[in-house]
Design a protein around this ligand. Structure first.
Ligand code: TMP
Ligand code: ASP
Length: 236
């Protein structure tokens, strides 16, 4: 399958048309941004890590009964996916307090939560991706009540599958962000990616941060950490 016209360029990926209108090619870049694009950089090899890791995890999620956009990996950086219309929502699940949750509610990073907590942000860089609740989503028409119920059910299943998978690799899944899309027939599928860009992963014994927080917070060993996560995910 050949790349056609570039349809979209995001901060970490490009999306291309193919000669089949139901299929796109996603191409993962090494570009990294943080704080709504204020901090910019490159993480050498990140595109390869995120592409490979996403596809491994998406295959597991699919087996667990949550449909995904994945068709097949084409090469190191490129993957053939089903064409979807993305819901403009960041679906975040938190198992342990960290990041903006810790800041917003004054709760120390690393504090365990009594319940896995799902939150939505509106995907809108100009507005700084504000938090948004279920009623807001439905009121604005971003998703229907039924679609939201499916998205939430799928997100919790994704959390269960990924928490178990990463723990087996010596990584605690602290929190993550996923995105869902709609196929032409209205079916909801997991889209976008699952990677150290979009998950907080802490080493289970040392609590070392093994994700994009190393870039966001200038913790060093950024490239090495992405490679180490991929090696664990591949079971090497
Ligand atoms: P937060 O604590 O900064 O809100 O991040 C929660 C999770 O979402 C964390 O695993 C990182 C991920 N995330 C993204 O994937 N994209 C983003 O733009 C942001 C802000 C967070
Ligand atoms: N999507 C965020 C940005 O650039 C990056 C992040 O913090 O993950 O702005």
């Amino acid at each position: 399958m050949e790349k056609g016209k570039q349809l979209y360029e995001g901060k970490a990926k490009k999306v291309y048309a193919t000669d089949d209108p139901a299929l796109y090619i996603v191409s993962y870049k090494d570009d990294a941004t943080a704080f709504n694009g204020e901090k910019k950089g490159t993480i050498a090899g990140k595109g390869v890590v995120n592409n490979t890791m996403s596809n491994i995890v998406f295959a597991l999620i699919e087996e667990a009964g949550v449909p995904t956009h994945l068709v097949k990996q084409l090469d190191d950086r490129d993957t053939l996916v089903k064409a979807v219309t993305i819901f403009p929502l960041e679906v975040i699940i938190r198992n342990v307090a960290a990041g903006s949750f810790s800041k917003r509610y004054g709760i120390e990073e690393g504090s365990s939560l009594l319940k896995s907590t799902l939150e939505f942000s509106l995907k809108n860089d100009d507005l700084g991706d504000p938090l948004i609740n279920d009623d807001h989503v439905i009121a604005i028409g971003l998703a229907t009540e039924d679609e939201l119920a499916v998205i939430k059910k799928y997100a919790h299943t994704v959390n269960e599958v990924m928490s178990k998978f990463f723990l087996d690799k010596g990584l605690k899944l602290i929190d993550f962000k996923i995105e869902f899309g709609k196929l032409a027939d209205g079916a909801i599928v997991l889209a976008d990616e699952v990677s150290p860009d979009t998950c907080r992963l802490w080493d289970v014994t040392t609590n070392e941060k093994m994700d994009k927080d190393r870039f966001r917070r200038d913790l060093g060993n950024v490239e090495e950490t992405y490679q180490a996560v991929l090696a664990r995910v591949k079971g090497a």
